[in-house]
Design a protein around this ligand. Structure first.
Ligand SMILES: [Ca+2]
Ligand SMILES: [Ca+2]
Length: 193
């Protein structure tokens, strides 16, 4: 499994994709793939508290960091991007969000589910005011403002987005990110742990 590669990619992904991933990681039923991630997480969680520290991640990655052009600073950047709620640790849902397979994110029914969550006043559109409500709740610590999410969707703060538009935009976003982040076979092998 190219987990490290997924982490790297995740650190460069849009805020919206991180929100989508966190939501799905928390709400999707457990599949076999997710079970494997649980095992890796447990192995990294040296204290058994349900959280991974930066030094846990660093010890796992030391070989990779030597081989690749990744210094401690860059690894810390990756770690911080996964630690969405800024606790200083990576909890399981955050780990899962970063490791979720892109195929899962790309499924229409899953994007639909995220849309229904984001449409917090249930009027059939996602607006800046819906997002603002969400960022006051559990997602509040993400330090994300609703207008920057609207921007990622190429919308003005006053626009509203239908479910159909949201689906198209998210799928386009995923395609664009996949095309930017391409690795050679050699790199793929190094990242395979
Ligand atoms: Ca955290
Ligand atoms: Ca709405």
């Amino acid at each position: 499994m190219n987990l490290f590669k997924k982490f790297l990619k995740y650190s460069n992904t849009t805020k919206l994709q991180k929100i989508i991933r966190i939501y799905l990681a928390t709400n999707l039923k457990v599949s076999q793939k997710v079970k494997n991630l649980r095992q890796i997480f447990n192995a990294l969680d040296k204290t058994g508290k349900g959280e991974i520290s930066f030094s846990n991640l660093e010890s796992m990655s030391s070989q990779l960091m030597n081989v690749l052009d990744i210094n401690k600073e860059k690894l810390l950047k990756i770690f911080k991007s996964i630690d969405i709620n800024k606790t200083g640790y990576v909890e399981y849902s955050e780990f899962l969000a970063a490791g979720l397979d892109v195929m899962l994110i790309n499924e229409d029914k899953n994007i639909d589910m995220v849309f229904d969550f984001l449409d917090s006043d249930k009027d059939g559109y996602v607006k800046s005011s819906d997002l603002a409500k969400i960022f006051k709740g559990d997602f509040g610590r993400m330090s994300i403002d609703s207008n920057s999410i609207m921007e990622e969707l190429h919308c003005n703060p006053n626009d509203k987005i239908s479910k159909k538009e949201f689906l198209t935009d998210v799928q386009r976003m995923i395609r664009r990110e996949n095309s930017i982040f391409v690795m050679s076979n050699e790199e793929e092998e190094i990242f395979d742990f």
